[in-house]
Design a protein around this ligand. Structure first.
Ligand SMILES: [Zn+2]
Length: 474
């Protein structure tokens, strides 16, 4: 079999739409128009969601590393069944839109803090659903006018049959056979539903007294109500990125119904097929091989991780498994992730002494090529990380080159290697080190070991080198 060599400058990504790995070709120039489904802000994001967002950050970094300009937009769902419920719980049954926005603000702030700690790239545009309600109303009215939607008992629904008469691709993202054997059922008014319940989904949800507090938007055609979840993403992505996008991504659980509905709404609105050229989906994260759920008491947020770990240790752990495979989280695995990251920081510090190389030699270039090839091969971060360690162990490249490569690779990894600083050793620890040296000179081994233990208890370890004892944090 001929060995098909990958073209270095090409980026391969797995497209859910074609079920194949494809070469990425941008719509325009060297630009990527990228949309990511963002958080529903009724609570803190759990670490499984954060894994999926880390993957979108790595995706933008891979493209930027390859010289692309990336325009990245993410919605924030601040109006849906869950956020309304949360607002009522906090502000009572008379709560209005302002309270809903206030309720969501807290969790938006928390989400931005989380992704800051996980070292996401700053060039990310957030759009709150409640800030585009006018555009959503316009879109729903347009769908009704075009006969792709109808009003029933005060709510507006998307008409799947009408849509399929023209486009005949509803649910294709979920697979060719998706619609086979499934009967279109009754209309669906909730935002999230299973594929067993396939049916016309809600675009504009009628205001219900008693259920929705005083949260509603008025419209002469649609009446009092609020946007459904699916239409929000079609409207935001098209408003900020245009009618056709390069990439849309999210977790696998969004393939149906959310992303399938997005395709239908957007294509019905714009008449442009395909709405998105590459759909990328990240797999689930499991906790001790179980699905994460609040009821199972295994629902963790970054706040839980931070109590004992560096948030970037979680990022390192995520990089260690491919985004399209299920990742099993355990505290033990996070601990090893943290240890590996600490080692990487230590190595970076040691190499930093020798400053960066201005130019790298052929051997170092080989590592850069290898690293690029791996990340361009559908974001193979686990293997790319392996390559980083291989490079660090290679005696045939200089420390200067190693440091230059590390900082370069970190543009993709995002582990803040350029900010690693030597940790200050407390004076009490330095005193103990001196004391231990004294004991060692006097050959008082037992006493010197006792002091070593004391130093360890304070969180530092000693290594005796030719140049004398070296102290580093545990
Ligand atoms: Zn979405």
């Amino acid at each position: 079999m001929p060995n098909k060599k990958l073209n270095m400058s090409e980026i391969y990504i797995y497209n859910t739409l074609s079920h194949k790995k494809e070469v990425f070709k941008p719509l325009k120039d060297k630009k990527v128009l990228l949309y990511t489904c963002g958080p529903t802000v009724y609570w803190f994001a759990h670490i499984g969601n954060l894994r999926s967002y880390i993957f979108s950050d790595v995706l933008t970094r891979v493209f930027r590393y390859n010289g692309y300009k990336v325009k990245h937009v993410m919605n924030i769902t601040d109006v849906d069944d869950k956020t309304i419920k949360g607002t009522i719980k906090e502000y009572g049954k008379k709560a209005e839109k302002e309270e809903l926005r206030k309720f969501a603000r807290k969790y938006i702030k928390a989400f931005k803090e989380d992704i800051g700690k996980l070292n996401f790239q700053k060039e990310l545009t957030f759009v709150r659903a409640t800030s585009v309600v006018k555009d959503i109303k316009d879109a729903v009215r347009k769908l009704i006018k075009k006969n792709f939607a109808y009003i029933k008992e005060g709510s507006a629904y998307f008409d799947i049959r009408k849509y399929n008469q023209k486009f005949n691709d509803y649910g294709m993202l979920a697979g060719k056979d998706f619609l086979k054997g499934l009967k279109l059922g009754k209309v669906i008014s909730v935002d999230e539903y299973q594929k067993e319940n396939i049916g016309d989904f809600v675009l504009w949800k009628k205001f219900k007294k008693g259920e929705d507090a005083n949260i509603f938007w008025a419209d002469p055609v649609l009446g009092k109500g609020r946007p459904g979840w699916h239409i929000e993403c079609s409207v935001i992505s098209m408003k900020y990125l245009g009618e056709s996008l390069d990439i849309h991504n999210g977790g696998v659980d969004l393939i149906f119904p959310h992303h399938s509905n997005e395709i239908a709404q957007s294509q019905a609105l714009s008449n442009k097929v395909p709405f998105v050229r590459y759909w990328l989906h990240a797999e689930h994260m499991l906790i001790n091989n179980e699905k994460m759920a609040k009821s199972k008491n295994n629902f963790y947020t970054l706040r839980d991780i931070e109590k004992k770990f560096n948030p970037l240790a979680y990022r390192y752990l995520c990089l260690g498994s491919h985004y399209r495979s299920k990742m099993n989280f355990s505290w033990e695995s996070l601990e090893s992730g943290q240890n590996a990251l600490k080692n990487l920081y230590q190595k970076t510090l040691e190499l930093k002494r020798s400053s960066k190389a201005k130019r790298i030699g052929p051997r170092a270039k080989h590592y850069k090529d290898q690293f690029t090839k791996l990340i361009n091969e559908d974001l193979n971060t686990p293997k790319a990380l392996g390559e980083v360690w291989k490079m660090l162990d290679d005696r045939n490249i200089s420390d200067k080159e190693k440091y230059a490569l590390l900082i370069d690779f970190d543009k993709v990894l995002g582990l803040s290697l350029d900010k690693v600083k030597k940790e200050k050793i407390p004076t009490e620890v330095l005193k103990l080190v001196k004391q231990r040296e004294k004991f060692r000179k006097q050959k008082e081994w037992k006493k010197s070991d006792q002091v070593r233990q004391e130093i360890q208890d304070k969180g530092f370890q000693i290594e005796d080198t030719k140049k004398g004892p070296e102290i580093r944090p545990l």
